[in-house]
Design a protein around this ligand. Structure first.
Ligand code: FAD
Length: 472
């Protein structure tokens, strides 16, 4: 006899586990199926984000940043140390501990919220009795409603398949056991920049090859320009407009043959090559074809604005559907779907999803870029404030970058905020909230911000929109 559930969620990443918890909070009998295995073969819920994405990358970024500060920045504070060493194995072991704490935390949350967890693959068996029969690991279960949150996998570069030894996806990039002398990265997106930064800080000579002619095309041009300048100064060699012709593996190295932006033939030999050229929606083994689940030409599950698929009672959220591949977007969709199943009005505002790149300096933005506003022909005013003029940033010893605010020329409603600088990932939250409440730049300018704090730069950028900065 199959076990009956109101809701079965397939995939235990940020989209899936959050959907399961919210559905359980709303009174449903819920199960979540996730197949990720830890090194011992046990369950490791949390998906890409927890196991080989957001969390482990931030753990390594933090460790490598401490090392860089000790080597290069602490002397300004009067702190010096001889013989500073990095134990990469220990750094990676710490990262693994952080990941495990998050895996265990999710298992605890499932218990707390009475979500039944199945470790193994979830797949469709058949539509039955107005619901679905599913495989959940070794068991067969029945679900009235199904939420698909099966995430994404790293895109392969044809002719340079991942072996996770020499040619690495994000998975292998987070397991490198010793600092390579030379590291190559194909793709200058968020993952390429973050991973490149980790190993550059630890002493690797890092070359990033990017096919696009523009750097960080999704970011505001002023931010992208500043970032390119700072990363170059840090020693990241970022080459734009390249065309990869061949990737050849030797015993301990990889050689990338490519044409540079000027059309000259080039060759780069590195100890490790990270390929971070985007991610592909994952529906492997789900039985999409068995049940007639509609996928688009890229393999993503087709959903409407409410995350409904073409099948009644089947929803899909996160990386496996359209939209930005971000953990917080997946989570918001998960919550919204659970609430819609309960007959409530779940809501995700795609216009104010924040973007963050956890390099140093951090980069964060929300809303429209200046180039997008220009292209739309929208009248706007812009205000910018440099961290150089912020007392807290000076005390921190980290004055790179600025806050830039864009507001409607007539109504003054904030249309976008772009930050490059210390703790941009935290500063952006105020701006997202302001935009959610349709705040004007004048609203931010009139709100008392603590002194000395980095957030005063946001207030000053708002004042700059009206050309009345006080500290610059
Ligand atoms: P996933 O997290 O991919 O989870 C899907 C889960 O479903 C997996 O556990 C998988 O094993 C399981 N699964 C798949 N098919 C089945 C099946 N048939 N049966 C059972 N289980 C199945 N985003 C951010 O917002 N901030 C960041 O800082 C950030 N950093 C990142 C760094 C890296 C290196 C990478 C690779 C990604 C990063 N991301 C970041 C993106 C983020 O990880 C994803 O957007 C997020 O994990 C998507 O969540 P999801 O729930 O849709 O899918």
């Amino acid at each position: 006899m199959s076990k009956n559930f109101d809701v079965v969620v397939i995939g235990g990443g940020p989209g899936g586990y959050i959907a399961a918890i919210r559905a359980a909070q709303l009174g449903f009998n819920v199960a979540c199926v996730d197949e990720w295995k830890n090194d011992k073969g046990g369950p490791a819920p949390g998906g890409t984000c927890t196991n080989v994405g957001c969390i482990p990358s931030k753990a390594l970024l933090q460790s490598s940043e401490h090392y860089e500060h000790l080597n290069h920045h602490f002397a300004d504070h009067g702190i010096t140390a001889d013989n500073v060493k990095i134990d990469v194995a220990k750094m990676v072991a710490r990262k693994n501990t952080v990941v495990k704490q998050n895996n265990d935390g999710i298992l605890y949350l499932f218990k707390k919220n009475k979500v039944t967890f199945f470790h193994g693959r979830g797949s469709f068996v058949a539509a039955k009795d107005g619901g679905y029969e599913l495989k959940a690991g070794d068991e067969v279960v029945f679900a009235k409603q199904v939420v698909l949150a099966t995430g994404s996998n790293a895109r392969q570069l044809p002719g340079a398949e991942f072996d996770e030894e020499l040619i690495l996806s994000n998975d292998g990039a987070l397991r490198i056991g010793a600092t390579p002398k030379k590291l190559g990265v194909i793709g200058s997106g968020v993952i390429g920049l973050e991973m490149g930064s980790v190993w550059r800080r630890l002493g690797a000579e890092v070359t990033i090859l990017e096919a696009m002619p523009a750097f960080l095309a999704a970011a505001d041009e002023a931010v992208a320009k500043e970032a390119a300048k700072v990363f170059k100064k840090q020693g990241l060699d970022i080459q734009l407009g390249v065309k990869i012709s061949k990737v050849t593996k030797a015993k301990d190295s990889v050689t990338v043959a490519y044409t540079d932006a000027k059309g000259a033939e080039q060759s780069l030999t590195v100890e490790k090559l990270i390929v971070s050229i985007g991610r592909v929606a994952n529906t492997i083994g789900l039985g999409a074809e068995t049940i007639g689940l509609k996928l688009d030409e890229r393999g993503a599950i087709v959903v409407d604005a409410e995350c409904k698929t073409n099948l009644p009672g089947v929803w899909a959220v996160g990386d496996v559907v359209r939209g930005p591949m971000l953990a917080h977007k997946a989570e918001e969709e998960g919550v919204a779907v659970a609430e819609r199943i309960a007959g409530q009005h779940g809501h995700v505002d795609f216009d104010i999803i924040p973007w963050v790149i956890y390099t140093s300096p951090e980069i964060a933005w929300v809303g429209k870029t200046e180039q997008a506003l220009k292209a739309e022909g929208r009248a706007y005013r812009s205000g910018q404030f440099p961290f150089l003029a912020n007392g807290r940033a000076r005390a921190l010893g980290d004055t790179t970058g600025f806050v830039k605010m864009l507001a409607d020329a007539k109504t003054d409603e904030i249309l976008g905020v772009h930050i490059i600088g210390p703790y941009a990932s935290e500063l952006i939250a105020e701006c997202v909230m302001a935009m959610a409440f349709k705040a004007s730049s004048e609203d931010i300018a009139r709100i008392c911000h603590a002194h000395p704090s980095l957030s005063e730069s946001t207030k000053e950028a708002a004042l700059a929109v009206d050309k009345r900065t006080l500290n610059f």
